[in-house]
Design a protein around this ligand. Structure first.
Ligand SMILES: NC(=O)C1=CN([C@@H]2O[C@H](COP(=O)(O)OP(=O)(O)OC[C@H]3O[C@@H](n4cnc5c(N)ncnc54)[C@H](OP(=O)(O)O)[C@@H]3O)[C@@H](O)[C@H]2O)C=CC1
Ligand SMILES: Nc1nc(=O)c2c([nH]1)NC[C@@H]1CN(c3ccc(C(=O)N[C@@H](CCC(=O)O)C(=O)O)cc3)C=[N+]21
Ligand SMILES: [Mg+2]
Length: 288
């Protein structure tokens, strides 16, 4: 059996086209153009690529974007000053601080400084708390992109065993907490695995839905996958200049029921969800 491919690139393109019509309608009703401000500190080439992709997506959705680039020697207080200025700028609706940040800067302090209504990554504790309580203001972009692909592929999550490998604040933890909520694309029985987990293969083999968010190639091998499982590969790893996920794709393709490729899976969906959140942020900050 060969797994069905879940095409994140095509799904994201459809969502982006739909978003463009929603943005046009919002602009004609309010006269306001949704605006995402991206903050890029340092000279990490991968970060520069992602930020450029986000700006391109803003343009194609009819939204404004601005890039605030700071040098790798930027101090935390300089960065906090920039965030304060963006928080106070009524023409800016969403603020994205691209991670990772240079070593001299404490990520939590900086992310907490983004005003919650402009927190389109859904990293602020107020927004994480609202999501966990089942009354989200924003959904975290990568988990929301995964959930959308799972639902759209026709996989019924209710009552199923979902195993999330990874417990980061950006992917694994919010993904698990979304899958355990009540409602569509959720109601799963969730296990969270991480680097201290014992017998990972035994646990992952029990997964009807397996989500890998580790950052290490070939973490999920064919023997770790239940036949017919839905496998979502969040990993984005560069190996010999090539982009690969966390899943041994060729081998797992023969076992799984459905699988996301890398590239062309979760990555484009993350950006589509960021665009959705930017429109949501503009709505929340605009009188109607
Ligand atoms: N496509 C997209 O849109 C996005 C892709 N990514 C990619 O997803 C991957 C994960 O990102 P992120 O969550 O930020 O990474 P982190 O490094 O923050 O987290 C990785 C997680 O994996 C766990 N882990 C590490 N090694 C193992 C192992 N051998 N077995 C089981 N668990 C393990 C860690 O455990 P512990 O907590 O114990 O350290 C940690 O919880 C990366 O490749 C990243 O590039 C990230 C964001 C968006
Ligand atoms: N504040 C913040 N928010 C983030 O959401 C965030 C971040 N920082 N730092 C880095 C990670 C990583 N991330 C990706 C987004 C898109 C692709 C993506 O579109 N990938 C394409 C390929 C792109 C390529 O070729 O390099 C794909 O998988 O098809 C990948 C990874 C968001 N992140
Ligand atoms: Mg740091």
């Amino acid at each position: 059996m060969t797994a069905k491919l879940i095409d994140g690139k095509a799904t994201a393109a459809r969502l982006n086209a739909l978003l463009a019509t929603k943005v046009a309608e919002f602009k004609s009703q309010t006269g306001v153009s949704p605006h995402l401000a991206a903050v890029l500190v340092g000279d990490d080439p991968a970060s520069a690529v992602y930020v450029r992709n986000k700006q391109r997506s803003c343009a194609s959705a009819g939204m404004l974007s601005s890039l605030h680039q700071l040098g790798s020697a930027t101090t935390q207080s300089e960065l906090l000053d920039l965030i304060a200025a963006l928080n106070a700028d009524a023409s800016v609706h969403g603020i994205l601080v691209q991670l990772p940040l240079p070593k001299q800067i404490d990520e939590t302090t900086v992310l907490d400084a983004v005003t919650p209504l402009k927190d389109v990554d859904c990293f602020h504790p107020e927004n994480v708390g609202l999501m966990v309580q089942g009354r989200p203001r924003f959904l975290p972009c990568t988990p929301a992109g995964c959930q959308y692909l799972i639902t759209e592929s026709g996989f019924e999550t209710a009552g199923k065993h979902a195993v999330v490998i990874g417990r980061s604040e950006i992917v694994g933890k919010p993904m698990a907490l979304m899958l355990v909520q009540k409602g569509r694309g959720a109601d799963a029985t969730v296990t969270i695995a991480h680097s201290r987990t014992k017998n990972l293969a035994e646990i992952s083999r029990q997964a009807d839905l397996l989500i890998a968010a580790v950052g290490r190639p070939n973490t999920v091998t064919a023997d770790m996958v239940k036949p017919g499982a839905c496998v979502i590969d969040v990993g984005t790893n560069r190996v010999d200049g090539k982009l690969v996920g966390d899943v041994d794709f060729a081998a797992v393709l023969e076992i799984a029921g459905a699988i996301t490729p890398v590239p062309g899976g979760v990555g484009p969906m993350t950006i589509a969800m960021l665009m959705e959140n930017t429109l949501t942020a503009a709505r929340l900050q605009t009188e109607s």
